[in-house]
Design a binder for this molecule. Structure first.
Ligand code: RFL
Ligand code: PHB
Length: 390
């Protein structure tokens, strides 16, 4: 089989790329090792940057997001019980949409299939070959049979644990990484969130985040040990800790409900440079990871494939290779700014067990400054709603 672009991975990066390419008349196939049910139920991110929500509208997949997604014009930052609002609308005249990543994935899969596009789910033994030629190949197995796709280009959208990045010959990629000494214990519950906006709460007992998926579904996170065993936490203990980390009114404003999902996520920052080798282009988590405190992962994945689609368009329509050659540079300039922002939010809001009392005092001053200075809160707002993608 032959296609112009072979895409590995049906996460936000691979699926969005397939719709962008469809719009350009460039044919592609997605291969995904999980089932459709699995990827549609995988609970992850929840925040769409302003431009990303607009892109989904443009691609014709925004209808359910506009109906069920929650438009937020700001966030609240808690500092040991007091809360201050960062007003995105007033500061940068933009908003964000709170809409679960798995809902985005459902919408993208449906649109892709409606267009008659191919997604091969439940493949195994995916491998990539001849990356430094003009006919790179994807091989995989499905239902016990071996398949080969010959492509012009391969998009490695297979996430952090995928096979694309490790398929680049040794010595080509340089990896930059920071692992944090904490993780997040996350829950989903049948209860209304404590506020109609997200609360990022710094507390002497550790960070807490109060988000949502719908007006009656709370998504909340507690800072915990990166190796925490989630089964050691009863629902009662989780609710009690979530209430404490909200501050004195936590008991009153945090309603409890049936917890229907629980998990622990470790936190890391990671970037690989370059993001391309021959005719393989890495996008999304395959090339970089951010700690979730800045709500950037899914948005970065979407920005990468937007840049990649523009580069492929220039190649196919004008035989111009410059954007493909400049893909890494174009992506990294935005990625490192998102890394900086995610690191800033993470270190400002978490209790670091290795910090001294000096660090702690500086951290409180930073929170106070960011939430009281117009210049500083504008910078936070500008980054949170998303930097430009031109
Ligand atoms: P994905 O979503 O991991 O998709 C990769 C796909 O590739 C498949 N795959 C393979 N397929 C074929 N062959 C192989 N060998 C394969 N190996 C892997 C996988 O099954 C999968 O379907 O990567 P992508 O598309 O780059 O998207 C990245 C995002 O998923 C990720 O950055 C975000 O979820 C991060 N994230 C957040 N991002 C935001 O923008 N806003 C947020 O609010 C936000 N919150 C979060 C988050 C991530 C979290 N966790 C659980 C890590 C909150 C949390 C708790
Ligand atoms: C979420 O709702 O899952 C969420 C929101 C904001 C973040 C991270 C996760 O920064």
């Amino acid at each position: 089989m032959r296609v112009q672009v072979g895409i590995i991975g049906a996460g936000p990066a691979g699926l969005t790329l397939s719709l962008l390419l469809h719009r350009l008349g460039i044919d592609c196939v997605i291969v995904e090792n999980r089932s459709r049910e699995y990827v549609e139920a995988r609970i992850r991110a929840g925040v769409l940057e302003h431009w990303a929500a607009a892109l989904y509208d443009e691609l014709g997949v925004g209808a359910r997001m506009r109906k069920e997604g929650l438009v937020h014009e700001g966030i609240e930052i808690g500092i040991n019980g007091t809360r201050r609002r960062i007003d995105f609308k007033a500061l940068v005249n933009k908003d964000i949409v709170v809409y679960g990543q798995h809902e985005v994935v459902k919408d993208l899969i449906q649109a892709r299939l409606n267009h008659g596009g191919r997604i091969e789910f439940e493949v195994s033994d995916t491998s990539v070959h001849d990356l430094d030629t003009d006919k790179p190949k994807i091989r995989f197995k499905k239902n016990g049979e071996s398949h080969e796709i010959t492509c012009d280009f391969i998009a490695g959208c297979d996430g952090f644990h995928g096979i694309c990045r490790p398929s680049v010959p040794k010595g080509v990629l340089t990896e930059f990484e920071r692992v944090y000494p904490f993780g997040w214990l996350g829950i989903l519950s049948e209860s209304p969130p404590p506020s109609h906006e997200l609360i990022y709460s710094y507390h002497d007992r550790g960070f807490g985040l109060y988000s949502m998926r719908a007006p009656n579904i709370t998504r909340a996170y507690l800072q915990c040990d990166p190796n925490e065993d989630v089964n050691k936490w009863s629902d009662e203990e989780i609710w009690a800790e979530l209430k404490r980390r909200l501050g004195p009114d936590g008991e009153k404003i945090l309603k409890t409900g049936r917890v229907f999902e629980k998990g622990v996520t470790a936190m890391r920052s990671f970037v690989t440079e370059p993001m391309q080798y021959g005719r393989l282009f890495l996008a999304g988590d395959a090339a970089h990871i951010v700690p979730p405190t800045g709500a950037k992962g899914m948005n970065l994945a979407t920005a990468d494939v937007l840049f990649l689609s523009r580069a492929l368009e220039a190649f196919y329509k004008k035989n111009d290779k410059a954007l493909l050659e400049g893909y890494t540079k174009k992506c990294l300039s935005r990625i490192w700014k998102a890394q900086r922002f995610s690191y800033f939010m993470t270190t400002m809001l978490h209790l670091n067990p290795n910090d001294s009392e000096f660090d702690h005092k500086r951290q409180i001053a930073e929170l106070d400054y960011v939430t009281s200075s117009k210049a500083a809160s504008t910078a936070l707002a500008e980054n949170y709603v998303g930097l430009p993608v031109d």
